[in-house]
Design a protein around this ligand. Structure first.
Ligand code: 4AD
Ligand code: MG
Length: 437
């Protein structure tokens, strides 16, 4: 529709005759005239309708798709989301009539429904401006990530989803029947990003990850995306953490710039980045947690959700002016077979999590880059080296010292926007119960 004006641009067209198109967000009839609030991808605007046009709308429900030609005039509006202009309708065309009432009210400030109702009716609930804002922010996070990685000269890779072996170990993978063979859905692009690192040195990409997690939490999905990263010729884990931090320091201001309206609509302010994200060992983190809260988890092999929350929302902001903290040195029992062990302590790994916004958003570390050692680590985890021959081929034929990380796209979106459940930050979420829409 070449002649179409976007609602965002109407304020520059005062007095002109324009054509807009969109959905009828709300509508109200008086005796001789009426109003329709129209919605397009850029905003809302009020249209003043004459009696004959009201007649055209008779029997039609909100969400009908309309094309309106009319004159842009000034308007005093109480609703801050509606432009300070309105349209005096001259010609009304109905592009797609809606005769059934929408199952959930979507034209209020937010959708007032429980999570299941919101998700069951995603087809329409996503049209609510506050809901649609979530995935504008998500898209901006992706664009910011790509821009940062391209700026570093790294190569974007598109990883496969169907694979022959599970990458993260454990039982949390799905199998699919693949021409009478068993294939798995990738738990992460781990093995592939390492293989491509051995060619391009610095690689990144947005992968699909599948985990057959039977438990329902507010931060786990069975299908999600990861911002993947892998880098060769590193000297220490610091070389990897530097890019995890660098990416976030680029992405978050990028979102603040590109999605100022969306963040405002959702009432979001981002946590402080500080000068530098602090780096502390897991043992140290658990000790600080004990001293700060009186809760003793010092014998645990991992951080509890409560400890993650305290570290990133209480300790790090207070001590380092940052809402982010790297926690390093996780025990070997808690990390997959590809993670490099600490040369001074084989029970410890050279790995890290980045905790921010109250929870883990990144896992990363250095990788085993010696063939014999990798075969042994696979065996130590009770896995069969024969299942990983394509992967260990890279170790046989030379890989540099290397490391990388994975950051959950939906986990990050959830936390940037302060959403209670990760499913709100997932456009079509999948869990044990949910496979539709
Ligand atoms: O911690 P995870 O499992 O690590 C990996 O997959 C490694 N291959 C990463 C690496 O390069 N070493 O997953 C990485 C991130 C988590 O920090 C979290 O943000 C997200 O992915 N994530 C999930 N998001 C939603 N649902 C789940 N079930 C998730 N599991 C992990
Ligand atoms: Mg992790």
């Amino acid at each position: 529709m070449t002649s179409r004006t976007l609602i965002r641009d109407l304020s520059h067209k005062m007095g002109e005759t324009v054509t807009i198109a969109g959905w009828m967000h709300r509508h109200r009839s008086m005796s001789k005239f009426g109003f329709a609030i129209m919605r397009d991808r850029t905003g809302l605007v009020q249209v003043v309708l004459e009696a004959s046009q009201l007649e055209q709308l008779k029997g039609l429900q909100v969400e009908s798709v309309l094309k309106v030609t009319g004159v842009v005039v000034e308007k005093k509006s109480k609703d801050p989301h509606v432009k300070e202009v309105e349209i005096q309708c001259k010609l009304l065309e109905i592009l797609s009539p809606v005769r059934d009432a929408v199952p959930v009210n979507i034209n209020n400030a937010d959708v007032e429904a429980n999570l299941d109702t919101l998700l069951d009716n995603r087809v329409v609930t996503l049209r609510n401006p506050k809901q649609r804002a979530i995935f504008r922010v998500q898209a901006a996070l992706v664009h910011g990530y790509r821009e940062y990685m391209e700026g570093q000269g790294f190569t974007e890779i598109f990883f496969p989803i169907l694979a022959g072996a599970a990458s993260e170990g454990g039982a949390e993978f799905f199998t699919v029947n693949y021409f009478d063979r068993e294939a798995t859905l990738t738990q992460s692009a781990q093995l592939y990003k390492q293989i491509t690192m051995a060619v391009y040195e610095g690689v990144y990409g947005l992968s699909y990850s599948f985990r057959a997690e039977k438990f329902a939490t507010s931060r786990h999905l069975t299908e999600f995306n990861q911002f993947e990263f892998e880098l060769g010729f590193v000297e220490s884990m610091e070389d990897v953490m530097e890019h995890a931090e660098g990416a976030l320091r680029y992405m978050l201001p990028y979102v603040e710039r590109e999605c100022a309206d969306e963040l405002k609509l959702r009432g979001v302010t981002l946590p402080p980045l500080g000068e530098k994200f602090p780096r502390i060992s897991l043992a140290n983190a658990l000790q600080l947690y004990k001293e700060g809260t009186g809760i003793d988890e010092t014998s645990e092999p991992d951080l509890s959700p409560a400890a993650e929350k305290w570290l990133s929302t209480v300790w790090a902001p207070k001590e380092h002016g940052s809402g982010f903290v790297f926690v390093t040195d996780y025990p070997a029992s808690k990390r997959p077979f590809y993670v490099k062990l600490d040369p001074n302590n084989p029970n410890n790994t050279q790995s890290f999590d980045l905790v921010g916004f109250g929870c883990e958003i990144i896992s990363g570390g250095l990788r085993v880059n010696n063939y014999e050692e990798q075969i042994q680590r696979i065996k130590d985890k009770g896995l069969n080296p024969a299942d990983f021959e394509d992967y260990t081929m890279m170790h046989k034929y030379g890989i540099p010292p290397e490391g990388g990380f994975g950051m959950g796209l939906q986990r990050l979106t959830q936390n940037v926007l302060g959403l209670a459940n990760i499913k709100e930050a997932t456009i079509f979420p999948r869990d044990v119960q949910r496979l539709r829409p």
